[in-house]
Design a protein around this ligand. Structure first.
Ligand code: FRU
Length: 524
């Protein structure tokens, strides 16, 4: 070592010791420990755990439920969500935040809104105020306004605003903007722009009703009307959503879709969503359907509190919490608990009987991020079971068109391992005309009594065929049947080794007209 090198090394050592002494004198021992712990924790967080969804959003750690404040603003999709920054159970409800440019890759941000003396920060939405109608952005070009429920002794609706694309927020001094009128469950403000009346509309879940409020400036709200006493009433209504869509693409023939979630009492048990179709005149929603049957949004167990992005003018795309209040707090994942569904485009279509129905399809962006084609087949007659040779995958996408000849039941055994006796079955039952997902032996199921089960969606053959579009991730299965006419979303918790795939047909044969399987690479 030369003299110069020795001096440099010595100076380095002195600087290091001095900084250490300054650090120890200025930062308390308790702070030093917690900083170390936090840094160590961050190091450890990996997105590669065996049950961590690879192309569905999850927070790095802790509890997450409903999507909140979904908005497309200045080139970014914002997903805020119910989040506990301090643990993996419901509590300290805050708004977590993630941002994406393509609806596929999400980047977690700092926590956006945290509880205060008025209570926790429950679900809500965001509206961009580009023209500063609210007056909250003096001298600025506008910004974002978040509408949330403050859940303390009472539930009321409050606002916060941001001038830096949702990174930091200020709570409004004039809160609450909608005080509680004496209703216990009074929450989840969804704000939309109603073009026809030139007004903003706020929807709230109130007991088993939806209440509508109107405003011209996003700050002063007046009560308009309420909607209820119809549909499924098994539990309290939550997280309402409202938008207008053309039927079969005909802009002259539109319906308003009012979606509400309910806990419990849903079709697959526990919490789930229903929708109503009708007219909304800027004040009152009127249901207009041929029958008053219940319309379920998703026939699986795990699609709750769906919220559509504000600020997307060309289509309605929503995402939901992929869980169920019945067992959400027992899900066997660590250090995070909670996942979002894929983004889905929602449209309306007339069925063969002329009834308008809600169609849900994976958002187009998902196609752009498909991996390689892993397997392809066409025109195969199958009777019995056929395991796909060498198939060992945990995250993939299946598209299939199948024509049941004499088959009584056919479909796929996914996340399949004969050795571990694990399988999740996605199939079609031709005797009862239902598409189903069976997670009885899907892996870990014993963390909650009501987790294992079979979930069925009424269906029918279209031109003698069934189309199945299935998204498999490390702990979820989303089934879009017959071009999104029936949808089933379920969580599963298989061993990583349960990665086989089998096609089967019982009690007769099926013609597999076409089958493609694509890899779904990790979005982390
Ligand atoms: C729906 C819900 C909302 C509430 C939030 C609390 O899942 O119960 O009604 O605002 O979750 O996290």
């Amino acid at each position: 070592m030369s003299t110069r090198q020795r001096i440099t090394a010595l100076t380095g050592a002195v600087v290091l010791i001095l900084s250490l002494v300054i650090y120890m004198l200025t930062v308390s021992p308790a702070e030093q420990i917690s900083e170390k712990e936090e840094a160590a924790e961050r190091e450890e967080i990996s997105y590669d755990q065996s049950l961590r969804p690879q192309y569905h959003y999850t927070p790095a750690e802790n509890w997450m439920n409903d999507p909140n404040g979904m908005v497309y603003y200045e080139g970014e999709y914002h997903l805020f969500y119910q989040y506990n920054p301090d643990g993996d159970q419901f509590g300290n409800m805050s708004w977590g935040h993630a941002v994406s440019e393509d609806l596929v890759h999400w980047e977690e941000q700092e926590v956006a809104l945290t509880p205060d003396e008025h209570g926790m920060i429950f679900s809500g939405s965001i509206m961009a105020d580009k023209e500063n109608k609210s007056g909250l952005f003096p001298g600025e070009e506008g910004g974002l306004i978040a509408f949330y429920t403050s859940a303390g002794n009472v539930q009321d609706q409050r606002i916060a605003y941001s001038t830096d694309s949702g990174r930091t927020w200020k709570k409004h001094e004039g809160n609450p903007v909608v005080p509680n009128p004496g209703i216990e469950d009074f929450r989840d403000p969804k704000v939309i722009w109603h073009e026809q009346s030139g007004k903003y509309i706020m929807l709230l879940a109130a007991g088993k009703k939806v209440m509508f409020y109107g405003s011209e400036n996003l700050v002063d709200w007046e009560y308009l009307s309420e909607f209820g006493d119809t549909g499924a009433q098994g539990g309290v209504w939550e997280t309402p959503e409202l938008f207008e869509l053309p039927v079969d693409g005909d802009e002259e023939d539109t319906r308003w879709v009012l979606q509400v979630d309910m806990n419990p009492g849903s079709i697959a048990g526990g919490s789930g969503g229903q929708y109503f179709l009708g007219d909304f005149d800027g004040a009152v929603f009127t249901r207009q359907e041929k029958s008053n049957d219940i319309n379920w949004v998703d026939y699986g167990t795990d699609f709750y509190a769906a919220q559509a992005f504000n600020g997307m003018d060309d289509r309605v795309v929503w995402m939901a919490w992929m869980s169920n209040w019945t067992y959400a707090s027992s899900l066997p994942t660590d250090p995070w608990r909670g996942a979002m569904s894929l983004p889905r485009e929602v449209t309306l279509q007339k069925d063969n009987n002329g009834e308008v129905q809600l169609i849900q399809q994976p958002a187009d962006e998902l196609k752009d991020h498909r991996g390689e084609l892993l397997y392809e087949a066409a025109g195969i007659e199958l009777e019995g079971s056929e395991t796909i040779d060498g198939f060992e995958e945990e995250t993939y996408e299946i598209t299939a068109e199948m024509e049941p000849g004499s088959s009584g039941e056919f479909g796929f055994r996914i996340r399949y391992s004969p050795d571990m006796q694990e399988e999740t079955i996605v199939g079609y039952d031709t005797k009862n005309d239902v598409v189903f997902t069976d997670r009885l032996n899907s892996g870990k199921t014993d963390f909650h009594d009501s987790f294992a089960g079979v979930y069925r969606a009424p269906s029918r053959l279209e031109d003698g065929t069934v189309k199945l579009h299935i998204f498999v991730d490390r702990s979820s299965v989303e089934v879009f049947a017959n071009d999104g006419q029936q949808v089933l979303t379920t969580r599963i918790f298989p061993f990583p080794e349960s990665s086989g795939l089998e096609i089967y047909s019982k009690e007769g044969d099926v013609n597999i007209k076409s089958l493609q399987i694509y890899d779904r690479p990790s979005a982390w």
